[in-house]
Design a protein around this ligand. Structure first.
Ligand code: SDX
Length: 429
């Protein structure tokens, strides 16, 4: 029972709305009975003030620049944990014991191969197809192969689907990359850790030995961790809405991948690097800052700003450290793109427009620089984001399915179209 209520008065009629208090963050006003009681809808395009669900997985305090996964701060997880352990935490709610982690990693490792026949899907794409198009297609097609893990009413099948998706996304992303560059697919190697295996599947070739550099593998693992989950963002909300109709897990994750592709969301890392390349040199930064501030110009600084963080994105802080490590290792600390990135960040943060609008580098600003330094083409940046975010989508999907109040998501609207009118025969138009 809510301990507080809000009173809404419409035309002299008062409606009491329960207020629920969270363990952290703002209170919520429960409007579930509003339409039945008052005959009105609320209006919130973009859901800037709407809680679409309750959740126990991830908490973001946009003002403090805080990101917690099951209560653990992202900087501690990025510094002390690793991606598969964070996957376990997101999926099951607690950090694993050594035995639980060993069992979980073994289960993931033993699902990394893709059904051999699925390779045919890749060959149906043009070589220059965007790898996100391939991932949407191949992940959706998993529901045509893994029939023994599509029944969402069966907890065992939900668990198998979860492990399969986390295990196979790196394989699918790597295969999309190999297909794009015209090299043979590389099978996963169970002796490698998750991040090293992904680098192996992307960068090894049959013609020579390939040993993933441990520093690059660590940076890759950290990128996976920093992108793992992020509350009710656009792609996670897409997965939840798709799942609310009872769609199978592979279809729901394919929907999440499609949403993530947009440049305002997960596509920002690719768009950010393309922007840095377009800027090209430090002396052109003022021109682009001016364009970003010009209301008449649709140009925005990609990798800047965030719907929730209005102080700084804690992931960007950690990502920036990794960028310096990787570029030092690769001897490209003088990378012109990185120079432009660092000067752009400095110029934007010193500019009142960005400070007033709380626009600062987000997670996508530095991730693209690291990925480029590692040798990935920009078209692979968002697939890597999708690979990382799969555990977040799956954890939120599982949480929603275990909610006894679950019903199909079906928003209403503020209708501004024509009211009732009769059909006009064509001869009278
Ligand atoms: C991700 O939701 C998540 O959690 C997402 C994510 C996750 O982990 O899932 O964190 C991942 O998507 C990070 C964001 C990546 N996107 C980008 O870097 C693209 C560039 N950023 C913008 O598109 C924008 O900042 C958004 C979409 C991220 C947030 O937009 P909002 O909160 O809806 O803000 P807005 O578009 O209403 O902008 C507010 C004001 C506007 O000016 P006014 O109309 O008030 O005068 O700020 C301006 C905007 O014009 N603005 C920018 C800007 N972002 C917002 N101006 C210049 N450059 C920008 N990048």
């Amino acid at each position: 029972m809510a301990d507080k209520t809000a009173t809404l008065t419409i035309d002299g009629n008062a409606f009491e709305l329960p207020i629920h208090s969270p363990t952290a963050g703002p209170d919520v006003i429960d409007i579930r009975k509003l339409y039945a009681q008052a005959g009105v809808f609320t209006y919130d395009p973009g859901f800037t003030s709407t809680a679409s669900t309750d959740s126990t997985i991830t908490f973001i305090d946009g003002g403090k620049g805080e990101l917690l996964h099951r209560g653990y701060p992202i900087d501690q997880l990025a510094g002390k944990s690793h991606y598969l352990e964070v996957c376990y935490l997101l999926l099951y709610g607690e950090l694993p014991t050594a035995a639980q982690l060993e069992d979980f990693e073994a289960r993931v490792t033993n699902h990394t191969m893709l059904h051999e026949q699925m390779m045919n899907f890749f060959r149906g794409f043009r070589r220059d197809a965007h790898p996100m198009a391939i991932m949407v297609g191949v992940v959706g097609a998993m529901s045509a192969f893994y029939h023994d893990s599509t029944d969402i009413s069966d907890p065992w099948q939900r668990e198998v689907a979860s492990i399969r998706l986390i295990a196979k996304m790196p394989t699918i992303a790597a295969m999309a990359y190999k297909y794009h560059v015209g090299q043979p697919f590389v099978y996963p190697k169970n002796s490698l850790d998750y991040a090293s295996n992904f680098l192996h599947m992307c960068f090894s070739v049959p013609a020579e030995e390939y040993h993933p550099d441990p520093i690059l593998a660590r940076a890759m693992d950290r990128i996976f961790t920093l992108h793992a989950d992020h509350e009710q963002n656009a792609s996670t909300s897409t997965v939840r809405l798709a799942s609310s109709s009872g769609a199978n897990p592979f279809a729901c994750i394919a929907a999440g991948i499609a949403c993530l592709w947009g440049p305002a969301h997960g596509g920002a890392n690719q768009a950010c690097l393309e922007m840095l390349r377009e800027i090209g040199t430090v002396d052109r930064i003022p021109e682009f800052i001016a364009r970003a501030k010009d209301k008449e110009d649709p140009f925005r600084l990609m990798g800047f700003g965030h719907r929730v963080y209005k102080n700084f994105d804690p992931r960007a802080t950690v990502m920036k450290e990794s960028a310096d490590e990787v570029l030092d290792l690769l001897g490209v600390e003088n990378n012109p793109i990185l120079q432009v990135a660092k000067e752009l960040e400095k110029a934007a943060l010193a500019d009142p427009y960005f400070a007033d609008k709380k626009l600062f580098p987000n997670v996508d600003f530095y991730s693209g620089i690291i990925l480029e330094a590692m040798g990935f083409p920009t078209s692979m940046f968002t697939p890597i984001f999708a690979l990382s975010r799969t555990v977040g989508w799956i954890s939120q999907w599982k949480e929603q399915l275990s909610d006894p109040q679950l019903k199909i998501g079906r928003p209403r609207q503020l209708y501004l179209g024509e009211t009732l009118r009769d059909y006009i025969d064509i001869e009278n138009r």
